[in-house]
Write a protein that binds this ligand. Structure first.
Ligand code: IMP
Ligand code: MG
Length: 180
């Protein structure tokens, strides 16, 4: 069916279509462009999930900017570690920059908190977060998220870069796990 996707026997229903996603992305890009006029902006894209959002956001963004990509993991094997592991960040590139992190989704907020703590070491001029999706009911942290594309309910979603076991990132729309 057109409005459903099945991944590993789990049915997902279309929740946010590509038209709405485009509007969200354009709004975020416009806001950041306005806020960072004449600033030394560096986007920091969190792989893998944010790759589609970032590709669209950056192409809507019409001011000068630097773009970097990193991978963040807080797990080693099955063990959650106390520190996030950041890979792919060239040494010193963020120093003195106004950094905007581009993330696909902030859920409990733990991963982002650890990343923010880690980036304190980079001597950035300023640091803000732009997340496409945010789950307010799950969020347990105190830090501010300046740019939120869309607040959503506490359901698992896939598509537009977001995955379920690395599947579904290619879907142009966003699908939500159907209630059991
Ligand atoms: P946290 O709970 O905010 O630390 O979320 C960590 C990570 O879980 C996010 O960066 C996503 O990669 C993943 N995640 C959370 N919710 C979803 C979802 O609904 N779909 C796909 N991935 C998710
Ligand atoms: Mg992620």
């Amino acid at each position: 069916m057109l409005n459903q996707e099945e991944i590993e026997n789990i049915v997902f229903e279309k929740a946010i279509d590509s038209f709405e996603l485009k509007q969200i992305v354009e709004r975020c890009a416009k806001q950041i462009s306005k806020d960072y006029k004449d600033k030394n902006l560096a986007f920091l894209v969190i792989l893998n999930g944010a790759f589609v959002f970032a590709a669209d956001l950056l192409r809507c963004f019409d001011s000068a900017c630097l773009t970097y990509f990193i991978k963040v993991s807080s797990y080693q094997g099955m063990q959650s570690t106390n520190q996030v592991k950041v890979s792919g960040l060239p040494e010193g590139v963020l120093e003195g920059k106004d950094v905007v992190i581009i993330e696909d989704i902030v859920d409990s907020g733990l991963t982002m908190r650890k990343l923010l703590e880690r980036l304190q070491e980079e001597k950035v001029a300023s640091l803000e977060v732009c997340t496409l999706f945010f789950k307010p009911e799950n969020f347990k942290e105190n830090y501010n998220i300046k740019y939120i594309g869309k607040a959503i309910e506490n359901d698992f979603i896939v598509g537009y870069g977001l995955d379920f076991n690395d599947k579904g990132r290619n879907l142009a729309d966003v699908y939500q796990r159907k209630n059991q």
